[in-house]
Every structure is written in structure tokens, then in C-alpha cells.
Write a protein that binds this ligand. Structure first.
Ligand code: FEO
Length: 408
């Protein structure tokens, strides 16, 4: 329960959640952290709070630096419950009359979420500055990164950007800084977080990144303190540069084959399609929904150019696990994907057509009609998958994926 010094008079005082495995539908295999930061100055300021059950942990960390009742004010950069859920309890301890500064949309969200908590909410405008004494904070509007209320706070004297969800990841370790965690570990977790949480908002994120660069702010940033995961103190420009790449959603010559199977016929089709795409020099990842979680599928899909989906027909519908992953993926509004649908059936065989329609509704380009097979297919029955593989391979970028292609 020790606080961690980030810079002179700035401390990480957040909470470690080693046990969480389901973060609103996202599988957090390595847990998560809810980062909060304390700035000790003439106005002692807490930046963001934690999930409700973790308030005692935050308070114990704060108490090692100052009496929690000496906190003068709170900045709420983001109103989602993992950062604001603890506010009512926290304000009860530090003083109900203490101000909570937030964006206009933050005020609406906090009032809506905590109707009976009587929080002393005050709004700040984009571009506004606030003196804390020796240090100050500037507020930047970053709407939809991740919610309409989201904003960044920047401390110019120390070059610290408090970036709420942006540049975060769901990963819990006892280590707080980028240089203390292997880069292959944080590379995967940062991408998984972006893919599952931020993909729908690539346009506003691109705009926010553009203003960070054009205003000259990027050059002034020495440390990025997000609300989840590790603090970027070694080379903060690296994670900003990855975001600048990810917002483009550039397709790669890679296909993810997502499928489920009742009696292994659709599985046979998936394997056959994988071989056919490999022959076309496409990097292939087969993912059965019996063994893969939807959020891991999305991570692989983010770096792929093609989404191939296979489902058997059950009671005239697609398989429930496929309906679920398609619904989750549709909400993420992927761009620049090609794809295809396939599936086996016994009687009526609606699933492949339904999957094709679902992919179409997701703006996936479909260069080949769906491929269906009645009963159990033999290799000779699957030539339709060869022509589908060729059509998809032609629609993908022609450069082969390099051997060091990872989660960058
Ligand atoms: Fe970590 Fe959008 O909350």
C-alpha cells in the first residue's frame, strides 16, 4: 500500500486489481490498475479516483503522504465508474464541500451517476489553466477518448500529461513504469486495450493526437500518466507514435478465421480455408470460439486485413458464440477489412448467409459469396473455399507480413 513517486511532489496513489478477469466484457487476463495521482502543492490535488471498492486502498496510499482530509480538490478527467465510482465515498472522507473539477460533459455524467451524493462539481473549459501554487494544470478537451466527458490535464512545469484512459492498458503488476516491464508484454496489452476499447473512436483520437502535435505539446511531454497500467517515463513519444499508427487501421496481409462447430464440419472448412489462405501467402490465425475469448479475437483482428467467419446452422440461426462475437465486433466499427462467411449445415443452412449479411452490416468488403456445405465435407467438396481464399488474398495488401510482425 505504498504510494509511488512519479516526480517531485507527484505520486501514484491508485489501486491494484490483480483479480479482475471481466472488464465490461473484456477479458483482463492480467488484471488491471485504477491509477490516481496526488499532486502536493499549495492546493493539494487528486487526479482521478478509483473503482468504488478500492477507495480504502487509495486512502491508505494518500495517508502515507498527507492526511487525506488535506486534499483540497479533485480533478475528474474521466467519469466512467472505474475512475469515478469511488468519488462519493472518497468525498465523504476528505470533505463533501471540496470541489471536483471536470468537463461540462463530465459534470452531466457525474450528476447522472451519483444523483444523491451531493458532489460539489465545478466545470473547466478546454484550454483553461489552474494554478496549484508552484505547479499548474492545463485542461485539454479529448471528447470520446474514451467518453464524451474525457479530458487530459497537463502540468507544464513538470511536463506530465495525465491522460485518463488514453495510452493505458489492463495489466496489473507491482511495477509502475514502462522501463520496469518487458516491451513485448506492454506492446500486446496496449494494443489489446486500444483494439477493444478505443477502436470506435479512432477519428476523435486522431484529432486529439493532431492537436497534441500541432500545438507543440508533444515536445513538452516528459511523462504520461494514464488511468490504467504503466506510466510512460522512458520514451512517452513511443506510445503516442503507436497510437498515431493504430488510428489509421491499416490492413495487413493477415486473416483471422473465427469459427465454431457442432460436429466438426465447419471446423474442417475453417482448417481448409486456413490452408488455402496460407498458400496465397496470407498470415493466418484460426480462432475457435470454443477456446478463444472475444476480446482476444478482437486483438488479433485489429492487426488483420481479413475477417473470415464460419458458423454451422442451428435452429435456422448462426451459432450463438458466433452471433456474440459478431455483435461485439460490430460495435467496434472496424475499418478497412475484407472478409467472407462459410459454414456447414444439415437441413436449411441459413447461417453462412446470415454471417455474410452481418459482415456486410459492419462495412466489411466481401469479394466472394458465402460458401456453404451440406452434411460432412470431404476435401473435394471444398473448392469454393479455394476461390474465396484467392478473392480475399487479391483484395488484401500484396506485401507479405514480415516475420517480426507483432503487436506494434
Ligand atoms: Fe477506464 Fe473509460 O474508463
Amino acid at each position: 500500500m505504498e504510494p509511488v513517486k512519479v516526480a517531485e511532489n507527484v505520486y501514484w496513489v491508485g489501486a491494484l486489481d490483480y483479480e479482475i478477469r471481466d472488464f465490461h466484457g473484456y477479458r483482463t487476463q492480467q488484471g488491471s490498475t485504477y491509477n490516481a495521482y496526488l499532486i502536493v502543492d499549495e492546493k493539494t490535488t487528486l487526479i482521478d479516483a478509483v473503482k468504488a471498492p478500492f477507495v480504502p486502498e487509495l486512502l491508505r496510499r494518500v495517508a502515507k503522504i498527507v492526511d487525506p482530509q488535506k486534499i483540497d480538490q479533485v480533478i475528474s478527467n474521466h467519469a466512467e465508474m472505474d475512475h469515478a465510482g469511488g468519488l462519493p465515498h472518497l468525498m465523504h472522507i476528505i470533505g463533501r464541500d471540496k470541489p471536483i473539477y471536470t468537463s461540462k460533459m463530465g459534470e452531466k455524467a457525474l450528476r447522472g451517476q451519483f444523483q444523491n451524493a451531493h458532489l460539489n462539481l465545478k466545470t473547466v473549459n478546454p484550454g483553461e489553466s489552474m494554478s496549484l501554487g508552484r505547479l499548474s494544470l492545463q485542461f485539454l478537451e479529448t471528447r470520446m477518448v474514451h467518453w464524451p466527458d474525457s479530458m487530459f490535464s497537463f502540468c507544464p512545469e513538470l511536463g506530465i500529461l495525465f491522460s485518463q484512459d488514453a495510452f493505458g492498458m489492463h495489466m496489473c503488476t507491482s511495477r509502475r513504469f514502462d522501463d520496469e516491464v518487458a516491451s513485448n508484454v506492454w506492446s500486446y496489452e496496449a494494443l489489446k486495450y486500444f483494439a477493444n476499447i478505443l477502436t470506435p473512436y479512432t477519428t476523435p483520437i486522431a484529432k486529439a493526437l493532431e492537436s497534441v502535435v500541432s500545438s507543440g505539446l508533444l515536445a513538452k511531454i516528459k511523462i504520461i500518466c494514464p488511468d490504467h497500467g504503466i506510466i510512460w517515463r522512458t520514451n512517452p513519444a513511443e506510445i503516442v507514435s503507436r497510437y498515431s499508427k493504430w488510428v489509421k487501421q491499416e490492413p495487413a496481409r493477415k486473416a483471422v478465421i473465427v469459427y465454431d462447430s457442432m460436429w466438426r464440419s465447419t471446423e474442417k472448412m475453417a482448417t481448409y480455408l486456413g490452408d488455402a489462405l496460407s498458400r496465397e501467402n496470407v498470415l493466418v490465425k484460426l480462432m475457435s470460439m470454443k477456446t478463444n475469448h472475444r476480446s482476444d479475437v478482437i486483438t488479433e483482428l485489429f492487426t488483420a486485413g481479413a475477417v473470415m467467419v464460419g458458423s454451422p446452422t442451428i435452429n435456422n440461426e448462426m451459432y450463438p458464440t458466433i452471433a456474440e462475437v459478431l455483435s461485439y465486433a460490430r460495435g467496434l466499427k472496424f475499418q478497412n477489412k475484407v472478409g467472407g462467411a462459410f459454414g456447414s449445415y444439415g437441413w436449411s443452412g441459413e447461417s453462412a448467409k446470415n454471417v455474410q449479411a452481418a459482415l456486410q452490416s459492419m462495412n466489411v468488403q466481401l469479394p466472394h459469396p458465402e460458401v456453404r456445405h451440406q452434411w460432412v465435407p470431404e476435401e473435394a467438396d471444398l473448392s469454393g473455399l479455394n476461390t474465396m481464399a484467392k478473392a480475399v488474398a487479391t483484395a488484401l495488401p500484396q506485401e507479405a507480413v514480415p516475420s517480426d510482425f507483432g503487436y506494434m
